[in-house]
Ligand binder design. Structure first.
Ligand code: 5AD
Ligand code: SF4
Length: 480
């Protein structure tokens, strides 16, 4: 296999060059604004949702900085952009709340520009709501055309109208756009976009479109560039990384499997740890387990969304595995990869879920001994099949089931995490502890959080730390 052999599409090269021209043009507009204001204008990017969105926001920040804005954390800025999530309704509500508050800033600062992008904007009803009730918004775009941000900014500078540009679908991947990482030493790397799985509760396939894989050559090139720039840990991102490459034709040299790609990324000089997110349990291969087992650079962590432990609910969710199949997979992973931490996502309150179904979920949590589990209350998403299912579960019953599950999740996580007590392991130091500045915070290869006394100079490096005190899902430690 020679992954450096494939050709990049010329069309896409042209597109990134085109956007660089818009960046140059936008610089002129920001320069004018700077003169008018008598200071450097500020920009704030607010991100909701998953790592994909976080990565997209790093691209937005880069463009804003390149054209002359100074980044700020405050939404009282000259440019505010909300990169939205719509996986659950509460994310939608939070954006609208923040947007409402932002309008008062705009009243005081008429130069202010407000933009919204991301998954929520791929839903027509959400865009209509903004058009109707949030007239002060300047720019709306979606997930498929985020690469056009510089161009859209120029259009917005040239017009007083609300600019709306939403695409239903795309088969394009635009490479080589500017990006500014939040952390100098670690980075997300998109390996694919979209999802073909259509779990019946999930809006993602509708707002992120069909699966499109980046070529291995482009991914490796990006990792090499990141490594040269000081990145030591990368996280390969996709909605279901197991289907990486399956959208390439069978005779395409780009068609390598996800485990092969993972292995290739670990060969990049300077990259010391590789994570990935998220594999779907229905197609996690033996090949992947073998590659992880043989390669110590691959993080000892698998996030394996369970969603439900009831085979009947899983069927209605279109997850395409049973309770037994999930537990068999966990057993296989635990046997071949005894040092891997397993985490999961669980939804409570899916239509038709009974307390007996939740008992099944609790049973899986106990048997799988998850290191951590993210528990969500089912949120009805308009347009998904489950939104039309009868027997939505009453709120009080959902709450009771949720609390019951959460208790077991916390007990299990503590018991599983406690097992690391006393070991010494390598921590990638991420920053100064938010609550106690004498402490540093970092993560083990298995993703466990560790706090330990140390000097700021260690941020971004790997340090051996002895885990001395377990506090549920995190550890206190001492540098050795
Ligand atoms: N309601 C609640 N949780 C959801 N998730 C996805 N869609 C929904 C929904 N409609 C959860 C799943 C997924 C995680 C990212 O979000 O558990 O794994
Ligand atoms: Fe949503 Fe299922 Fe795709 Fe994950 S695999 S993004 S839960 S449809």
């Amino acid at each position: 296999m020679n992954i450096l052999n494939s050709n990049k599409s010329e069309v896409l090269d042209k597109e990134s060059l085109r956007q660089l021209e818009f960046i140059e043009k936008a610089k002129g507009y920001v320069e004018e604004l700077k003169k008018e204001l008598g200071r450097t204008p500020t920009a704030c990017v607010v991100t909701f949702g998953c790592q994909m969105n976080a990565r997209d926001s790093e691209k937005l920040v880069a463009t804003l900085k390149l054209i002359g804005y100074e980044e700020t954390e405050s939404e009282n800025a000259d440019f505010v952009i909300y990169n939205t999530c719509t996986v659950r309704d509460n994310a939608d509500q939070r954006v609208l709340g923040r947007l409402g508050a932002c309008s008062s800033h705009k009243k005081k600062n008429p130069h202010m520009k407000i933009a919204i992008c991301g998954c929520m904007m791929q839903e027509q009803s959400a865009v209509e709501k903004i058009q109707k009730s949030y007239r002060f918004v300047d720019l709306i775009f979606g997930t498929h055309n985020i690469y056009k941000f510089a161009e859209l900014l120029c259009t917005s500078f040239e017009s007083d109208r609300m600019i709306i540009d939403i695409w239903k679908e795309t088969d394009k991947i635009v490479e080589d756009l500017p990006v500014l990482r939040k952390y100098p030493f670690k980075s997300g790397v998109n390996i694919m976009f979209g999802c073909n799985n259509f779990c019946t509760y999930c809006i993602v396939p509708y707002v992120r479109g069909r699966e499109r894989s980046r070529s291995p050559k482009d991914i490796i090139r990006e990792c090499e560039k990141l490594a040269k720039d000081g990145v030591k840990e990368v996280m390969l991102l996709g909605q279901n990384v197991n289907s990486y490459g399956l959208d390439f034709k069978e005779d395409d040299p780009n068609r390598i499997s996800f485990p092969q790609l993972l292995d290739e990324v670990t060969k990049v000089e300077g990259i010391e740890r590789v994570r990935f997110m998220t594999p779907h349990p229905k197609d996690l291969s033996d090949e992947l387990i073998e590659v992880i087992a043989k390669n110590p650079k691959i993080a000892r962590h698998i996030h394996l969304p369970l969603q439900s432990g009831s085979t009947e609910i899983l069927r209605r969710m279109n997850r395409r595995y049973t309770k037994e199949a999930y537990l068999e997979l966990v057993a296989k992973i635990r046997k071949r990869l005894p040092d891997v931490a397993l985490t999961t996502d669980i939804i409570v309150g899916f239509p038709g879920e009974t307390p007996a179904d939740v008992d099944e979920t609790i049973d899986v949590v106990k048997k799988a001994s998850f290191d951590n589990a993210f528990t969500f209350i089912y949120s009805k998403r308009t347009g998904t099949p489950a939104a039309g299912f009868e027997d939505q579960v009453p709120e009080a019953e959902v709450k009771e089931n949720f609390d019951r599950l959460l208790k077991v999740v916390q007990e299990t996580a503590r018991k599983t995490t406690e097992k690391y007590q006393g070991i010494t392991a390598s921590v990638l130091v991420e920053g100064v502890n938010e609550h106690d500045s004498s402490l540093l915070t970092g993560r083990l290869s298995n993703n466990t959080l560790v706090h330990f006394p140390g000097d700021e100079g260690l941020i971004g490096s790997f340090v051996d730390v002895k885990l001395t005190e377990c506090h549920g899902f995190y550890f206190m430690g001492e540098k050795v």
